[in-house]
Design a binder for this molecule. Structure first.
Ligand code: CU
Length: 648
């Protein structure tokens, strides 16, 4: 079983347990003793099954079970034991006496087991990892309060009758116990709630030294050079962001936010060593706009991250980005201010840098995939686009996923190589055919192939009605219909290409950070939300990760949730070390975005060689907006661009 299957199974067993305990209590109260006894057996079985599922799940990592092992199960097991000991023998005996009232102590014990089972499940869903004292105290207080309240409800009439006739002292003793228990529960609850407001640490160091606190450089001063490399030219662009109605080729109108009224924005190309200079103007995007150069490791001040490297550009304002095109490959740009909904509505475009000393392919297509409402656009085309090339000539397809969810590609009718991932060349990639490629949100693949004699089709998401047809020059007649690609196996890039030397040992890192992704109730931008969380917190309450220049930094990224999280670190490519404990065996894989699917654990590493304050976040942009973001901060670098400020 995979980790995510185990997580789901554990949820189901937990839910069955909650239902069984409550059903036992309710049927006992209704004096259906035979049924209640059967349900009690079911509740005990569900509780034992729960111990088994949690024990199995713990094999995937402590992060997946911590709150269950430390809180949920102890609460449940304690309450279940009491329920079995108190109510079990009585229920067994009562089976032969249907219709007789069941003792109130037994009812309270049975229902309290239900509260305990429910509390554990609720903690998993709304608090998750890591378990805090606050969560534990609130959960225990809630179970105690439930037990006390139930006890009052089920014993009240009998107690009054007893007290009046026979035992006047019992009221005070019972009352005293109730008040004392209530006070303890209330105290635990209030302490737990109070602890919620304890501020989180501002910085985590990953086992490395604290900040040296010496002289600091401001991000605002970390800017790109003003001239190209020798032999390069200056590529000057002005991009104006505004709301526009854009007509797609089909005639369908899209209410967009767009650069220069185009979907996608103007394609920016350069040759290695050129200087790219882009003036961004905002002509009416009220939420503000920036340009982030996704995957491009430029000086931090050019990174376009509001709240870290600049203020958002407000209507009427402008910002000039300058950087050397030192990295060859396929990249893209998009707004990082209001990126959700800004990117979805069209504030994106492509950035392609070609090598200086190398002939390009005869047919070189840049193919960003984007979804407007439900319309998928590849490049600027819906449906199928056709391109021609002479048979035998080299073709390059630059696939870019500008959506927030993964896309699947398959190339029918031709063998190909994945030459580059996220702009970085792979080492000796082998030729493959009839495989499916899964491209994470924000990611890029460069496919290269020799143009076949017959048409080939790039199929998107196994929908043969859309994609890109590559037709050999001179081909006549209809293009053959592409086959069903949905059964093609997924190419695993961790085991593709051939090994090569890497510049550092990721297993011997100077700093190690664990990033646990989940959903939980947390503060996001000062408001409580059912957030997408990092270590139980939402941005900007997630502590900054501190590194020093030159450090080898290792990340363990854990996905406890049931959604995919495409993790994206700005300013650095990371080297994939392993996924779910399986080391990579193919080409070194350097990426800026990697898909952490539900239940997966990824190990990646990078060398801190680009000083700055860098965003580090989920590239499912709604997730990012719901809190799944933090900052990587270099020792000695400061920023004055506090998050949420709008100062043009
Ligand atoms: Cu996500």
């Amino acid at each position: 079983m995979t980790t995510v299957q185990l997580i789901l199974l554990d949820h189901v067993v937990a839910l069955l347990g909650v239902a069984a305990w409550f059903a036992t209590g309710v049927t006992a109260a209704l004096r259906r003793h035979r049924l209640a006894f059967g349900l009690l057996v079911a509740a005990v079985v569900a509780t034992l099954a729960r111990l088994a599922t949690v024990a199995t799940l713990s094999g995937s990592g402590w992060w997946f079970v911590q709150e269950k092992v430390l809180l949920g199960l102890p609460l449940l097991v304690a309450a279940a034991l009491v329920a079995v000991l108190v109510a079990g023998p009585r229920l067994r005996a009562a089976r032969r006496a249907p219709g007789e009232a069941f003792p109130s102590g037994g009812l309270v014990a049975l229902l309290t087991a239900g509260y305990a089972a429910l509390a554990g499940l609720v903690v998993t869903f709304i608090a998750g990892y890591p378990l805090t004292w606050s969560t534990a105290l609130i959960a225990i207080a809630a179970v105690c309060a439930g037990a006390l309240l139930t006890s009052r409800v089920v014993t009240a009439p009998a107690t009054e009758a007893d007290d009046q006739d026979e035992a006047p002292h019992r009221l005070s003793r019972r009352g005293f116990l109730g008040i004392a228990g209530g006070a303890v529960a209330a105290g635990a609850g209030i302490t737990g709630v109070g602890l919620q407001f304890r501020s989180s640490p501002a910085v985590v160091t990953g086992g490395g030294p604290e900040g040296a606190a010496g002289s600091t450089v401001s991000v605002a001063d970390l800017r790109g050079p003003a001239t190209p490399a020798e032999g390069g030219t200056v590529r000057r662009h002005t991009l104006t962001a505004r709301t526009s109605t854009v007509d797609l080729p089909s005639g369908r109108a899209v209410e967009a936010w767009a650069f220069d009224g185009q979907l996608p924005g103007p394609a920016i190309t350069a040759t290695e060593g050129d200087l790219v200079e882009v003036t961004l103007r905002n002509a009416g995007i009220e939420d503000g706009v920036t340009l982030h150069w996704h995957g491009y490791d430029l000086p931090c001040g050019e990174d376009g991250a509001p709240g870290a490297t600049q203020h958002p550009v407000t209507p009427g304002g402008e910002f000039v980005y300058r950087f050397r095109a030192d990295q060859v490959g396929t990249y893209w740009y998009h707004t990082h201010q209001a990126s959700h909904p800004g990117v979805r509505k069209g504030l994106y475009g492509t950035l392609v840098v070609r090598p200086r000393e190398q002939a390009g392919e005869e047919l070189d297509l840049t193919l960003p995939v984007h979804t407007f409402d439900s319309t998928v656009v590849i490049g600027d085309q819906e449906g199928r686009a056709v391109h021609t090339a002479r048979p035998g000539t080299p073709v390059r397809l630059r696939l870019i996923n500008t959506d927030s969810v993964p896309h699947r590609f398959a190339l029918a009718g031709a063998a190909f190589r994945v030459a580059a991932v996220d702009g970085r060349d792979l080492n000796r990639p082998g030729e493959v055919r009839e495989v499916s490629l899964r491209l994470p949100a924000g990611g890029r693949y460069d496919l290269v192939l020799a143009m076949p004699d017959t048409p080939a089709t790039l199929v998107l998401d196994h929908d043969t009605g859309r994609g890109v047809v590559l037709r050999p020059t001179g081909h006549t007649g209809t293009d053959p219909a592409p086959p069903d690609t949905s059964g093609w196996p997924e190419l695993d890039l961790l085991h593709y290409g051939e090994p090569a030397a890497v510049p550092f040992d990721g297993g011997d890192a100077d700093r190690h950070f664990t990033i646990v992704l989940d959903r939980a109730v947390a503060m996001v931008n000062g408001r409580p939300a059912f957030a997408q969380t990092v270590d139980g917190r939402g941005f900007p309450s997630v502590p900054d990760q501190l590194v020093a220049e030159g450090d080898v930094v290792r990340y363990t990224v854990v996905n406890r949730s049931l959604e995919t999280h495409p993790w994206h670190l700005h300013g650095h490519a990371v080297l994939i070390l392993s996924r779910d404990g399986t080391r990579y065996s193919g080409s070194p894989l350097w990426v800026d975005t990697f898909d952490v699917r539900p239940g997966e654990v990824w190990e990646v590493a990078f060398q801190a060689g680009n000083p700055g304050v860098w965003m580090n976040h989920c590239h499912n942009l709604p997730h990012q907006e719901q809190g799944m973001m933090l900052r990587l901060v270099y020792d000695g670098v400061s920023t004055s661009f506090a998050h949420g400020q709008h100062a043009g």
